[in-house]
Write a protein that binds this ligand. Sequence first.
Ligand code: LLP
Length: 423
Amino acid sequence: MTARPFGYSGGELVCDGVPLAALAAQFGTPLYVYSANQIAERAQMFQREFADRGHLVCYAVKANSAIGILKLLAKQGCGFDIVSGGELERVIRAAGKKKAEVCGRVVFSGVGKQPAEIDLALREGILQFNVESEEELDLLAERAAKLKIKARFALRVNPDVFAETHPYISTGLSEHKFGINIKLARKVYARAKGNKWLEASGVSVHIGSQIRSVEPFESALARVIALIKQLRKDGHHIRYADAGGGLGIDYGVGNFEPAKQVAKYAEALKRALGPLDITLLLEPGRFIVAQAGALVSEVLFTKKNGAKTFVIADAAMNDLIRPALYHAHHEIVPVKQTKAKGKKVDVVGPVCESGDFFARDRELAPVKRGDLIALLDAGAYGMSLASNYNTRTRPAEVLIENGKSRLIRRRETMKDLFAPELG
Ligand code: LLP
């Protein structure tokens, strides 16, 4: 089984059987295309592997916050990990009539929660606030008392575990801004015990993103479990161990087997849990949506400057910032299959910065003006990080469900862009 829903059929790149060229003709480019099947399948991989333990998969909304995708995951029984009031509003819209049930499966992470966001989350009855500082806990207590709604919370502890990934997305070391030093946590829980508006319901951890080896997850969770045992002895009724997200995918052409990777991850986490009776919360984002998505773009021009050949695409860093921001690798393939030998090129966008590149010195099949290319593994942190830089409208998004395409977000218009401006 290939790890991607994209492949060639009849000489054309398709997503679950639907030709990308036809979608580009219908909806224009740049265009994000996602496979609903793969997203559901990936969520099920986690649910299956943890079926023998109390667990809840809280999909990390920031990875891809399209309401169409949130709806799909809510239907799969997922909860959600949010980091803002805005993300909660998205979850509420996706939940529809099931708002109360779905909000009961929401955890709220992030180092800088604001009073209005906390109030919204309290009123909607979310499962748990993952609190990252003592001052935040004080604010939570204050808001809970004001609204007369008890707040369930977990401290997000910083386990001081190193995980190999890009420095911008590593979070589990004491030098990072995230969490509360695990050694101080017990004191903070003890202090909260005296407050009738606070209820310590869990302990949470998140060590970073795009982590390919499972060992750091095991070490971090083992530290959390040791703390939970201590807290229970201290008289706290801890029901949830939140292991965070971060499981990485293979952005290359390797022989990646996602189901095996989730199985390995589950084994490692279960080793850390041991026989403890507790509900495990998981917050995967990237692993669920990254490989389900591609960004389809048209080649505007090709040109040579000195020794270099540039392929100038109509997508740019404002549509997919990962290569510019993290030097991330995304496979790029032509939408029309070709046997012609590849040439080394730089694939760039129209934005006026040298950092606006998708690939440098990359071997790419020969392409010309008007050809389509696809940037793979773009389903996570693609559209959710897109901006209007250079006054560019953001791409449209299409979801492929059972061989049918559905526009889940129309392309922005200039009118959308100018709406908030008062001149
Ligand atoms: N939980 C928390 C508290 C997080 O901060 C994150 C991601 C996740 C879960 C989900 O992590 P995932 O399973 O997706 O790795 N923009 C970067 C990634 C930033 C990740 C931020 N936090 C990128 O494009 O690589």
